[in-house]
Design a binder for this molecule. Structure first.
Ligand code: ATP
Ligand code: MG
Length: 722
């Protein structure tokens, strides 16, 4: 109602209110971190509903993670009540896959199509590489898949790719694999993650009437984190919005951090030329962070050349300066962070779930897990190997995929000998080759196993395997049988679980338990959704992402990558591993690192913090099995020294734009970025005025002390390590 709508505006500042109550037409919000962009989007949806401008199902909101969508839905539910459950909200992938299920036949798929995950895609690419007579150790399937995926995200067809995008011999091979890979997917009635984004635009282009149906259906389109959309996502959004132009996008160019996945910052920068009558409303008040944190963030992001100028201010407290922790190595670093966590809880009354440890790369979590576990500090790891990535779970899921879609070749190849059925490589090869030659699926080739496979036992096993799958498929189509019963029957008749019981090791029994847990998940799915079937279950879990597991109510410290932390906020944030080649990370394959993107990533990390922020680096770190000297991150030299203090309270000082020096813990370290990374650290002996020598003939430094696991060690000088 109108009063409900008016009440919503009370929780907003003036510009936020203008954006929420803005009428029809395109609306753009580019604003800094913590200024309430997501809040505006959430309230705008609630406002549309309160005003009865649209039915919930006529509103489509696209978010960056499933988790973000679920949260937004929950907030709207609180603001406005039950109709929120009918909103279309989710990631591009999940919403588009729902549309593709409905329209599959128009694209030559059936609605039971499979979704290939990146492993499936890579295996398929690998098989093609082998068939081309190439060696997958030289032509890396991952490289080829990366190129194909990049092309798809740009909506480049196999044909165009071969014509226009070949610059190297690897590209050339990718160009040859690409069309075969696409044909295989189609034969398998399968789509990969990229197809979920590209096929909708194919659908809408080929079937204008279908596009119009969805244009009329999704009267209001709202997109969060718009700066990280890629070309395919951009295009479909544009098509959907073309008729009514009720499109609201919010984002921050300074937080664009997915260009390695094809995200294209120009989508947000060109919004106004796409929609000349677009309104733009600025949001300038930050509600999340202290003044010190904002100042720190600002000093970093303004170093980027390609950045829109934005104002951000806050009424929040001034806050404490950022604390810089310096450590000897990664264990020392983790111990120091753990010590701080303890102190924060004791002296400042923080709880574990107030705190997050953010790092640049996933593998950095291991040491933190080690140390936190040993110290008895609860943590939750977001990312890392998820339940659905475990081998036994992937196997069972492959079985279920096969039930739903027997043409799913990757699923079939995954489980045909799992558990071992004595179907040898040779027999399988014969069958696959036959299928390729006849242009039928492997599943269909089973019918002719008699002619193709000469080995008797293998032939019988294939037939038995097919019979089991057929039987379970029959059971599945019977309405009386529950999904759980079908799955149980499947696992029983394939002997999949029995092998674990027979093996009877700790590991095999854990695997069995994991499979049982999957059955629980199926039961829950069946209970939660009236339309539940195996397809809906498989779809849901195939689009489950690592970050979806984050639970802010767990009484635990959060460990996650900076990428995963996008959009989130925590009272206390540790940004760790601030070292050259790590954060900013070095370029891939000898390419120059993208420092502007790394800086944006650092900006994202800083702006997650509400009250207390810590930076940390180690001087030495084990990487790729070797202990390496690390130079502290250039970002620490760029940061406004007025808002950063070392642990002992000293300021960090910066020099002449190249190097910096800071004092802490009773010794001085001189850092000069003009030197090669391994030579950057120089122990200082003279007054701060002494210029870095730049050579290797420095005076022998005094060995500083560092504490590691409670023991004090002498740190070797870089010369000793070299
Ligand atoms: P990011 O760029 O990190 O995604 P954002 O611009 O989306 O940030 P929000 O997450 O929407 O910002 O808001 C940041 C915090 O400020 C949230 O806790 C939000 O609830 C709070 N907030 C925003 N606007 C207001 C307001 N008018 N009154 C009170 N709190 C607000
Ligand atoms: Mg946000």
């Amino acid at each position: 109602s109108q009063t409900q709508a008016q009440a919503l505006l009370k929780g907003l500042n003036e510009n936020q209110g203008r954006a929420v109550s803005y009428g029809d037409g395109p609306l753009l919000i580019i604003a800094g971190a913590g200024s309430g962009k997501t809040r505006v989007l959430t309230y705008r949806i609630a406002y549309l509903l309160a005003q009865k401008k649209a039915n919930p199902w006529n509103i489509l909101a696209l978010t960056f993670t499933n988790k973000a969508a679920a949260e937004m839905r929950e907030r709207i539910q609180k603001l406005i009540g039950p109709p929120a459950s009918k909103l279309w909200m989710g990631t591009f992938h999940s919403i588009f896959s729902r549309i593709l299920r409905i329209e599959a036949e128009k694209l030559g798929f059936t609605s039971s199509f499979s979704i290939y995950d990146s492993d499936d895609s890579e295996r398929s690419v690998k098989a093609i590489i082998k068939e081309m007579g190439l060696d997958p150790r030289e032509v890396k399937p991952r490289d080829i898949r990366f190129r194909i995926s990049g092309a798809k995200n740009q909506l480049v067809s196999p044909h165009e790719f071969q014509e226009k995008f070949v610059r190297s011999s690897m590209d050339d091979i990718a160009g040859q694999v690409f069309p075969i890979y696409q044909t295989r997917l189609r034969q398998s009635n399968a789509m990969d993650f990229d197809d979920l984004l590209t096929l909708p635009s194919e659908l809408f282009e080929q079937h204008p009437e279908v596009l119009e149906k969805y244009q009329d259906y999704f009267r209001y389109l709202l997109i969060d984190e718009y700066q990280d959309t890629n070309h395919a996502q951009y295009k479909v959004a544009k098509m959907l919005a073309a008729k009514y132009e009720n499109i609201t996008v919010v984002g921050d160019d300074a937080q664009s951090i997915y260009s390695f996945r094809g995200a294209d910052i120009s989508n947000i920068l060109n919004f106004k030329s796409d929609y000349p009558n677009a309104a733009q409303i600025p949001l300038e008040q930050n509600y999340r962070s202290t003044q010190a944190i904002l100042k720190c963030a600002d000093s970093i992001i303004k170093q980027n050349k390609h950045q829109l100028d934005k104002t951000l201010w806050t009424q929040n407290d001034k806050g404490d300066p950022v604390t810089l922790l310096e450590s000897f190595d990664e264990y020392d670093e983790a111990n120091r962070v753990a010590g701080k966590l303890h102190e924060l809880k004791l002296k400042r009354g923080y709880t574990n779930n107030d705190c997050a440890i953010l790092y640049r790369t996933n593998y950095q979590s291991r040491v933190y897990e080690d140390v936190l576990r040993r110290k008895g500090i609860n943590y939750q790891l977001v990312g890392g190997i998820s339940f659905y990535q475990r081998k036994e779970i992937k196997d069972v899921i492959a079985y279920l995929r096969l039930l739903v879609n027997p043409n799913d070749e990757e699923a079939l190849l995954r489980v045909i000998n799992e558990p071992s059925r004595g179907i040898g490589d040779k027999s399988l090869q014969n069958l696959v080759q036959f299928a390729r030659k006849q242009q039928v699926t492997i599943w269909d080739a089973f019918e002719q196993a008699d002619q193709v496979v000469s080995h008797g036992p293998a032939r019988r096993s294939m037939k038995a395997f097919k019979a089991v799958i057929d039987e379970c498929r029959d059971l599945m189509t019977d309405d009386e049988t529950s999904l759980v019963d079908v799955t149980r029957k499947l696992l029983e008749s394939t002997g999949y679980v029995k092998q674990f019981v027979e093996e009877n090791t700790h590991e095999s029994l854990t695997r069995r338990e994991n499979v049982m847990e999957l059955i629980n998940a199926i039961a829950q799915h069946e209970e939660a959704r009236p339309d539940a079937d195996l397809s809906t279950f498989l779809q849901e879990i195939s689009l489950y992402s690592d970050t979806d597991s984050y639970d802010e109510n767990q009484p635990a410290v959060t460990l996650m990558t900076v990428h995963a932390a996008k959009g989130l906020e925590f009272p206390v944030v540790f940004v760790v591993g601030l070292e050259e080649e790590l954060f900013p990370i070095g370029g891939r394959n000898g390419e120059e690192a993208d420092f502007e993107e790394e800086r944006r990533l650092f900006y994202v990390a800083i702006t997650r913090a509400e009250k207390d922020l810590f930076f940390s680096f180690a001087k030495q770190r084990t990487r790729f099995g070797e202990s390496k000297r690390m130079a502290r991150s250039r970002f620490l030299d760029e940061v406004d020294p007025a808002v950063v203090r070392t642990e002992t309270g000293a300021t960090i000082r910066q020099k002449d734009g190249f190097g910096s020096s800071f004092s802490s813990g009773g010794y001085n370290v001189e850092y000069d970025r003009r030197l090669a990374p391994q030579n950057r650290y120089q122990q200082k002996t003279a007054s701060p005025a002494a210029a870095p020598s730049g050579g290797r003939t420095r005076p022998k430094p005094q060995a500083p002390k560092a504490s590691y696991d409670g023991v004090t060690y002498d740190i070797q000088s870089p010369d000793d390590l070299a």
